[in-house]
Design a protein around this ligand. Structure first.
Ligand code: BES
Ligand code: ZN
Length: 840
């Protein structure tokens, strides 16, 4: 391994106050010319300026002291430190303390790597291939568009001018204040934007391309536009509605107005992330913004709402108040990932989105609202408001946030949260009980939870854990609350009958796993069957048990038995979480010769709910019914449930022949089912549908299930397709991932494909996070020790610095899977055989 270079921040002797930036992209040659005129402040006399700069050629640079005092000085040396993405401009004499203007002329390339200032390919309505020029700067790629001080705490204002073909749309963070013909070329116009507020470089953005838009005014007077591909303005209406509803909601929630006069949301064809919160010009993948009333499914709608809610939250949390350094990035993402749910709950209460939060996000973030239940909302809002006001247009750290929340609530937030953010991991809470007369004595202890089991070493860390408790008397109400500050304690619940059950963590908000004694667990099972436990609690119980089985703390057979208690389950999210875990188990058992037995288990478990739902939506059904139907039919079809397979084939045929178009919500499950049990003709039909699809959503829908095809030669064909021109570069990853996640053969073939095409894949994604996702999707499912070693050694000789941690995590996961399989395979097999023999 090469030595890691020490990272050094930019020197602080010169800093920017205002960037005057003029860019002239060439959409044919994929180059751009730039002129920077930055007002800077020299703190200390120096004859060097160090800035960030990458893949940019500087032509000239000069410094002019303010007010004409002293001569303009031309830089005589541009010393690029390519590895560090910096340039040092050297001047023949010292720049004196005080203000001045730094002028730099430069040129760069509109790259095809989806970062910095890059080109994005699209087809004109007539089918002609064209390119837009767009930006993605977070985290550190503004330096690829112009030389700058590319650190989040070095904020400045921006005056941006874009010189573009006059038939193109040109957008930036602010509104246009002037537009005039470009003197040297009458096919071009010069578009000038208003001065931005003081802001970080990673939030600057520009887009030059062909777009339509829909526009509206939010209740608080902000002009909101959603930009779509030409001819698809209609598809922007859903996001427009969400955005116009959300802006006043956040304004009210934060008690701080949105500070810009406009906000644009734009769909970009080639886009690495899901979306990016650039101030006033939020960029999205097409599938995270566009909704077609007929052809978009319910889960897309929900996704668009969440992403819009997420990025708009960043306009305050991230853009107005910015983290001091990238180590505090979680302040941005943690908060936005939480409040996007609050926003969707506000806009679409029928989505029951908070239950979905527990399944989708709970295990990802340590949430502030898990802290206190007495007056959480008011104190929390008060604290947030203080934080935003105190640090607006500035930068903040984790401690700053705790301080503001502590002041607002009068609670020991800093101490409690410190135990969660300063040490890795989270606890497993072990609980046992004893009835004494009318009292229940709970014995509660904490240990660090590791995926391989509880931490056994010395110095086991401990957390300040808010523990809440409910009983069967009122499963939705917290009866008792304590803060567990030590490894072990006892708690007494008074006035409780012996037949009442006790549950820890009602609402599944505390960030820990729970291991109940077997008698306590036993007593909770009826609450699952008769649905008296809340959906989130049914979900949480199942999810805890599943992770305990993977960690070897209970037998997987116990989880299978628990899953069978969900026969009467009506809730989409509960099913979705359970189904996801069963998918993991099914993938694990594809390493064995009794994979078919687990398919049978899946079929048996999902058949009753499948029968109840049927194929067609009933009068009065809503969002969650549609999601549940898609989930269940897909599960049954994939597991080879004959009636589902037959019906899927029939409906697919009608769809392809144009007799009866499948509703958007049925497409994924039907496509998946027919492919899983399909042949080369099925694959060809799907590829044809893919080619014909006009919406990216439909293309993605197909791409994600192609890997379900079973025949080895067809799997190979899918992998080749993944790297073809037909698939957008950001979507290749999900095609390969689909292959890896679908079958034993697919897993091997996908990993081989990644190895064989490593050069191309690495070159495509460079340091981006797509490479991490690709690696995870293609190797995480293995359960063989030898392969962990092979993965490790492959990445020792094929460097992917951005994915270093992912590679380590994958190797750890493979070993965990292998151990799990060794430990439990026989018992699972026995259980599956025995239940087949059992009388119904
Ligand atoms: N700011 C991020 C995107 C980002 C983070 C880009 C780090 C580059 C580096 C954005 O707000 C975000 O979180 N996007 C998510 C989607 C979101 C709804 C969770 C993404 O891109 O996956
Ligand atoms: Zn974000």
């Amino acid at each position: 391994m090469p030595e890691r270079r020490p990272f050094i921040r930019l020197p602080t002797d010169v800093y920017p106050v205002n960037y005057g930036l003029c860019l002239k992209p060439d959409l044919i040659d994929f180059t751009f010319e730039g002129k920077l005129e930055a007002v800077v402040e020299v703190i200390q006399a120096t004859n060097q300026i160090v800035m960030n700069c990458a893949d940019i050629d500087i032509i000239t640079a000069s410094f002019a002291p303010e007010g004409g005092e002293g001569e303009e000085i031309n830089a005589t040396g541009f010393n690029y430190q390519n590895e560090d993405e910096k340039v040092t401009l050297s001047f023949p004499s010292a720049l004196q303390k005080g203000s001045g203007t730094l002028k730099i002329d430069f040129v760069g390339e509109l790259n095809d790597k989806m970062k910095g200032f890059y080109r994005s390919k699209y087809a004109s309505p007539a089918g002609e291939i064209r390119y837009a020029a767009v930006t993605q700067f977070e985290a550190t790629d503004a330096r690829r568009a112009f030389p700058c001080w590319d650190e989040p705490a070095i904020k400045a204002t921006f005056d941006i001018i874009l010189i573009v073909p006059k038939d193109r749309v040109a957008l930036s963070n602010m509104n246009v204040i002037d537009q005039k013909p470009y003197p040297d070329d009458d096919s071009l116009v010069e578009v000038k934007f208003a001065t931005t507020p003081i802001m970080s470089t990673y939030l600057v953005a520009f887009v030059i391309g062909e777009y339509d838009f829909v526009e509206s005014q939010s209740a608080d007077g902000i002009t909101v536009r959603v930009y779509t591909p030409i001819g698809k303005a209609e598809q922007g209406k859903f996001a427009l509605e969400v955005a116009t509803k959300t802006l006043p909601f956040y304004k009210d929630y934060f008690s701080v107005p949105y500070p810009l006069p406009k906000i644009d949301l734009i769909a970009i064809a080639d886009f690495a992330a899901g979306a990016m919160e650039n101030w006033g010009l939020v960029t999205y993948r097409e599938t995270a913004l566009l909704i077609d009333p007929k052809n978009s499914c319910s889960s897309s709608r929900q996704w668009v709402a969440l992403v819009v809610g997420h990025e708009l939250a960043h306009q305050w949390f991230g853009n107005l108040v910015t983290m001091e350094w990238w180590t505090h990035l979680w302040l941005n993402e943690g908060f936005a990932s939480w409040i996007e749910y609050l926003c969707v709950d506000h806009c679409f209460p029928e989505y029951d989105i908070w239950t979905q939060f527990v399944s989708a996000d709970y295990t990802r973030a340590l949430d502030l609202d898990a802290l206190d239940n007495s007056h959480p909302i008011e104190d929390f809002r008060k604290g947030m408001n203080a934080y935003l006001l105190k640090f607006q247009h500035k930068n903040a750290s984790t401690e700053d946030l705790w301080y503001c929340l502590e002041q607002a609530s009068g609670k020991p937030i800093a101490a409690v949260m410190g135990s969660w953010t300063k040490q890795m991991g989270f606890p497993i809470i072990e609980v046992d009980q004893e009835q004494q007369g009318n009292d229940r004595i709970l014995k509660i202890s904490q240990k660090k939870f590791c995926a391989s089991g509880p931490y056994n070493g010395e110095d086991c860390p401990s957390w300040m854990v808010p523990i809440s408790i409910c009983t069967s008397e009122d499963p939705s109400c917290t009866k008792l609350e304590v803060l567990l500050e030590i490894p072990e304690t006892t708690i007494t619940i008074h006035n409780i009958q012996p037949d009442q059950w006790v549950k820890i963590n009602p609402g599944t908000v505390g960030f820990y796993r729970i291991q109940y004694s077997s008698s306590m667990l036993e007593s909770l099972l009826p609450g699952i069957r008769d649905l008296t436990l809340l959906p989130v609690d049914r979900l949480g119980l199942q999810n805890d048990l599943f992770s305990l089985s993977r960690a070897g703390m209970i037998s997987t057979v116990e989880v299978l038995k628990l899953m069978e208690a969900f026969v009467n389950e009506p809730n989409y999210t509960v099913w979705s979480d359970l189904s996801c875990n069963l998918g993991v188990l099914s993938s694990l058992l594809s390493h064995t010769d009794f994979h078919e037995e687990i398919q049978e288990f899946i079929r048996d478990l999902f058949t009753p709910i499948g029968l109840k739902l049927g194929w067609d939506s009933n009068q009065g059904e809503g969002h969650l019914d549609a999601l549940l139907r898609g989930l269940v039919l897909g599960k049954l079809g994939k597991a080879g449930h004959k009636p589902t397979l037959d019906e899927a084939r029939r409906r697919f045929k009608d769809h392809v022949e144009g007799k009866q178009i499948l509703s958007a919500d049925l497409r994924s499950p039907v496509y998946l089912t027919v492919l899983k049990h399909g042949d080369s003709a099925t694959l060809d039909t799907m590829l044809k549908l893919h080619k014909q699809a006009d919406m990216q959503e439909e293309k993605n829908r197909i791409e994600r299930v192609l890997g379900a095809i079973s025949a080895p030669d067809l799997i190979q064909k899918v992998l080749t397709f993944a790297l073809s021109e037909e698939v957008r570069p950001q979507d290749t990853v999900s095609v390969i991932g689909g292959v890896a996640g679908s079958s034993k053969h697919g897993r091997k073939a996908a990993w081989k494909f990644v190895k064989d095409n490593w050069q191309e894949l690495h070159n495509r994604y460079q340091g981006g996070f797509l490479i991490s996702r690709l690696i995870k999707l293609s190797v995480d499912g293995f359960a063989i020790d030898k392969i962990a070693a092979e993965v490790k050694s492959f990445f020792e000789s094929h460097h992917a610095p951005a994915a270093e941690r992912t590679v380590q995590q994958c190797c750890e996961n493979i070993l965990l899977n292998a151990a799990w399989l060794k430990r439990d395979a026989d018992d699972i097999h026995q259980y599956l055989l025995q239940r087949k023999g059992a009388p119904v």
